[in-house]
Design a protein around this ligand. Structure first.
Ligand SMILES: Cc1cc2nc3c(=O)[nH]c(=O)nc-3n(C[C@H](O)[C@H](O)[C@H](O)COP(=O)(O)O)c2cc1C
Length: 360
């Protein structure tokens, strides 16, 4: 029913925004991985609400409880069960939309599909579910770290304010400001814009850019499970994601083949490419170059304004903005993008190990 992701490193998430909690079951995690709980906690803190003055003021600590699959600090190879309790629900904040459809949220479509819906905080359509993905992604990152593979994301656009050529920056610097942009001056402008939008009772979108470094060549499966196809699916499964591009993406259409072709060259004892418009993937299979991509996020639906809509009975109604919401979710989406990239990369790595065996 679409609650699972992965072929070998498989996750199933469960839970709603205003239920008791949410969580994830991870199957297929290799045994013997030391679970660095501080690291997992750090990743959870990067996604959690209430982390800065430009995010929602909902206060969830997002502490994880590991129920299974770990013994003496190491993974055992059996299913890892993780639960995150919800602690700051204010369900009454949502009673005004119990029967009304919020424009551009998932209310109308969930109601149409299931006949009724948990309207509290958006239920299963809430991005609270992504806390479970970040927990699983943190474990995937720990496995990838052992393999020398690194994943780094940052914010490269809020509204019309852009931070071009993100790869030229030290991306760890992006964590030093609340908008997670690697250029501190551009970050200030972005922060001012988000504050202005919040004051206006409105919301604004932006772009998260991400790079997967030191990924070995040869990951990805023909034909339908190309590396970039899975990456695109994973990214577009994130709440409010509206667009995905990798490598030269949409900008490649204005170039000629003579400019765009990545010429093969020797890099030490390996073969690499002079340029990397392919974004580290050719024919759906990783080339060994950096895999880089962008994910566009919309201005989220909840705004602090009155909007005309329709209720479940077909009446014309007014939906007013109430509750605690993010005027811009893009900075909080960075760890989610990284987590999904980690899940895709590790799953392909493990698939490669099981399908690429020569039997002699
Ligand atoms: C980190 C994060 C936080 C979000 N918070 C809100 C929010 O406070 N209000 C809101 O309307 N949407 C929020 N969203 C987006 C909704 O979950 C999403 O727009 C909704 O489920 C409809 O799905 P769609 O936009 O993908 O079509 C958030 C998304 C992310 C990634």
């Amino acid at each position: 029913m679409g609650n699972n992701y992965g072929t070998i490193f498989k996750i199933s998430t469960f839970g709603e925004s205003h239920g008791k909690g949410l969580g994830v079951v991870i199957d297929g995690c290799p045994p013997g991985i030391e679970l660095d709980l501080d690291f997992i906690h750090h990743e959870m803190q990067r996604r959690k609400p209430g982390q800065s003055k430009i995010t929602t003021q909902r206060k969830e600590e997002d502490e994880i409880s590991i129920f299974s699959g770990v013994f003496e600090g190491k993974t055992t190879g059996t299913p890892i069960g993780i639960v995150i309790h919800n602690t700051d629900q204010k369900s009454q904040d949502y009673s005004h939309i119990a029967e009304k459809f919020r424009p551009s949220h998932a209310d109308f479509t969930y109601h149409t599909k299931y006949g009724f819906r948990d309207y509290r905080g958006g239920g299963r359509s809430s991005a609270r579910e992504t806390a479970a993905r970040v927990a699983a992604g943190a474990i995937a990152k720990l496995v990838l770290k052992k393999l020398g593979i690194q994943i780094e994301g940052c914010v490269t656009q809020i509204g019309a304010i852009q931070c071009p050529d993100f790869q030229k920056y030290d991306l760890s610097k992006a964590e030093e400001n609340i908008v997670r942009c690697p250029d501190p001056q551009i970050a200030e402008k972005m922060i001012d814009l988000v504050k202005e939008v919040r004051k206006d009772g409105d919301s604004i979108g932006g772009v998260v850019s991400c790079v997967i470094k030191n990924c070995p060549a040869g990951l990805g499966e023909p034909v339908f499970d190309k590396f970039h196809a899975e990456l695109g699916k994973a990214m577009l499964s994130i709440n409010a994601a509206k667009g995905f591009q990798y490598g030269s993406g949409f900008s490649g259409v204005t170039m000629r083949g003579s400019e765009h072709n990545d010429l093969l060259i020797k890099k030490g004892n390996k073969i690499g490419t002079k340029t990397n418009y392919s974004g580290g993937i050719q024919g759906g299979i990783t080339s060994g170059e950096d895999i880089y991509f962008d994910v566009a996020f919309k201005p989220v639906a909840t705004i602090m304004r009155d909007q005309p809509s329709i209720d479940i009975h077909g009446n014309e109604v007014v939906v007013s903005g109430k509750g605690r919401h993010d005027p811009c979710v893009v900075p909080r989406a960075v760890p989610i993008v990284e987590a999904m990239a980690a899940l895709v990369t590790l799953d392909f790595y493990l698939r490669n190990q099981s399908t690429n065996l020569s039997i002699d």
